[in-house]
Design a protein around this ligand. Structure first.
Ligand code: GDP
Ligand code: MG
Length: 312
């Protein structure tokens, strides 16, 4: 395919998605980029690592930085998440503040609005989950958020990250406020995350989906080996992945493995299917579960798992 030359006023740059856990940041990233690059979940705080998703249009390239939700830190990992969100603000050209349109603004929202008021980047607001607001309640919901945002001049967009309503308009509005610049990534690239990290996130997503009892924070996944296996006999060529799910307690290990290994099998099958889509080929996945007491509070373990300390 021959690529046409970029327009003279082509725009590009970085956009941080900021908002409380569970407002729909990862869902929005996936909706905008049109590909599954961010892990989403009905359970809060699933996004641990910062993810850059890349949206290329004929006139702009928008690099979306999906950050963990800003919240009050409870322990070391929590602090890292907040640091990471704050660090993201320092590195971008624009901020997209996501709020949950179907719920009244809360104290957490006021906290984030104040944090953003103190810096000079352009901010645009997404009132997300607008599909969940009944038509007759929309004016009221809108007014409540306008009050929260009083004396800011931030544009407000009503969107549904889930069904895509309002998203094309949002892309135009974001593009219009970006600085002029060239494409920074190849047009076909949708994410800058190494595949291994995405694989780990897919496994973690399956764990969260199937084990409701346990807190998401106490599960981590490390990918031990990824190997291309050539076709042999009746077996087609495939990618073999060895991964370990780390938990903090023996009881959690028991839940993850399940009766006769049934739970681990379900998790493995779900993750394997997602991985096959990710790498576009057959995958053989072997999953282990390991108990590492208190891994969340050990800086060295966190670093090994890829939750590196961010400088703010
Ligand atoms: P994050 O923590 O901000 O990244 O939130 P997620 O993207 O993981 O979304 C949290 C939950 O909200 C998931 O169950 C999503 O399916 C759901 N969700 C996100 N956006 C919307 C939306 O616009 N409408 C509805 N109805 N649900 C949404
Ligand atoms: Mg997320």
């Amino acid at each position: 395919m021959q690529s046409s030359p970029l327009p003279e006023n082509h725009r590009s740059g970085f956009i941080a998605l900021i908002g409380r856990p569970n407002v729909g940041k990862s869902t929005l990233v996936n909706q905008l980029v049109g590909d599954k690059v961010a892990i989403t979940s009905p359970v809060a705080q699933t996004t641990r690592n910062r993810l850059r998703a890349i949206l290329t249009t004929p006139t702009a390239q928008l690099i979306l930085v999906d950050t963990p939700g800003i919240h009050k830190p409870h322990h070391l990992l929590g602090e890292r998440l907040v640091q990471s969100a704050r660090a993201a603000i320092g590195e971008v050209d624009q901020v997209l503040l996501l709020l949950e349109g179907h719920q009244p603004p809360g104290r957490g929202d006021a906290f984030i609005v104040n944090l953003l008021r103190q810096q000079r980047l352009p901010v645009q607001v997404v009132l997300n989950k607008w599909d969940l607001v009944p038509v007759d309640r929309k004016p009221e919901a809108d007014a409540a958020y306008r009050a929260l945002l009083a004396d800011t001049e931030w544009p407000v967009h009503h969107c549904s990250a889930l069904d895509g309503a309002g998203c094309p308009e949002l892309v135009s509005a974001i593009s219009a406020l970006m600085p002029e610049g060239p494409r920074l990534y190849p047009a076909e690239m949708v994410s800058d995350q190494p595949e291994r990290l995405l694989m780990a996130e897919l496994i973690r997503e399956q764990v969260l989906m199937h084990t409701r009892e346990e807190v998401p924070h106490s599960v981590a996944v490390s990918i031990n080996r990824v190997e291309e296996m050539p076709a042999r006999g009746k077996n087609k060529a495939r990618t073999a992945v060895l991964a370990t799910v780390l938990v903090e307690r023996k009881s959690q290990k028991g839940i993850l493995i399940g009766k006769g290994g049934a739970m681990l099998k379900t998790i493995g099958q779900g993750a394997r299917l997602q991985m096959q889509t990710l790498i576009d080929g057959p995958v053989y996945l072997e999953l282990f579960v390991k108990v590492v007491p208190d891994w969340r509070s050990k800086p060295q373990r966190l670093a090994e798992l890829g939750y590196a300390e961010e400088r703010v």
